[in-house]
Design a protein around this ligand. Structure first.
Ligand code: KIV
Length: 254
């Protein structure tokens, strides 16, 4: 068994210039498989709502659903550091943020992630003060997809570029141990990564982040109805499943 990965391990990977591979895991077998494949960082992301639960976006995901999936993934007892997303509207107030972060830790998460910058700083401070490791999420914020009218690239305008930089510094200053940068223009993602001491974990934000995260279903072709442009599936699980089912049916003469 590999040594347990901690928040400190993830932070030190940045200092050593080691790239951080991160993937989503929503259940026991996937957490076990990713762990066996040596992935150091796993997330019970609210993307579970789209690729497992059939919701049109992540705004429908509930605390109960994230807790359920966190309990399942954590039963794999991964060496990887396992975190969970605070879902939509679960961290609007400081007391909700802390109470819900504690629920996710009780379900087996070792850190929590929430979307936003300086507007959620009081919540982030309170979560950190409660001793719960916190991962930030900047750039395109999927929980805001309805107000934003789509999944748009961030950092193109100068004001947005500056806002992202300042948000990243603010999150790092109040104790976030890493920040996901989603759909941030690669030059801005690079500048943020070089400008803060904690790791950035990019998704659709170019290769200069300290690590990369993907929705595992996208990487393995298990959700064939939509694949983000920046993902190159490494296997076509959907086709493999259909072919296995067809072969089994044919063999029994069905
Ligand atoms: O919900 C999720 O899976 C995420 C990651 C892809 C960053 O937030």
């Amino acid at each position: 068994m590999n040594p347990k990965i901690t928040v400190e391990t993830i932070r030190s990977m940045k200092s050593r210039g080691e790239k951080i591979a991160a993937l989503t895991a929503y259940d026991f077998p996937m957490a076990k498989l990713l762990d066996e494949a040596g992935v150091p960082l796993m997330l019970v992301g609210d993307s579970v709502g789209m690729v497992v639960l059939g919701y049109p976006d992540t705004t429908h995901v509930t605390m109960a659903e994230i807790e359920y999936h966190t309990r399942a993934a954590s039963r794999a007892k991964p060496s990887a550091l396992l975190g969970a997303d605070l879902p939509f509207k679960s961290y609007e107030t400081i007391s909700d943020a802390v109470a819900n972060a504690k629920r996710l830790i009780a379900a087996g998460a070792e850190f929590v992630k929430a979307e936003g910058g300086r507007e959620i700083l009081p919540q982030v401070k309170a979560i950190a003060a409660a001793g719960i490791p916190f991962m930030g999420h900047l750039g395109m914020l999927p929980q805001h997809v309805l107000e934003e009218g789509g999944y748009k690239i961030k950092g193109k305008q100068e004001a947005e570029h500056q806002r992202l930089l300042e948000d990243a510094r603010a999150l790092a200053d109040v104790g976030a141990f890493a920040i996901v940068l989603e759909l941030v223009t690669p030059p801005v993602a690079k500048e943020i990564s070089q400008g803060i001491s904690i790791p950035t974990i990019g998704i659709g934000s170019g290769l200069d982040c300290d690590g990369q995260i993907l929705v595992t279903h996208d990487l393995i072709g298990a959700f064939p109805w939509f694949t983000p442009r920046f993902v190159k599936p490494r296997v076509n699980c959907a086709a493999e499943i259909k072919s296995a089912v067809t072969s089994w049916k044919n063999e029994m003469g069905a």
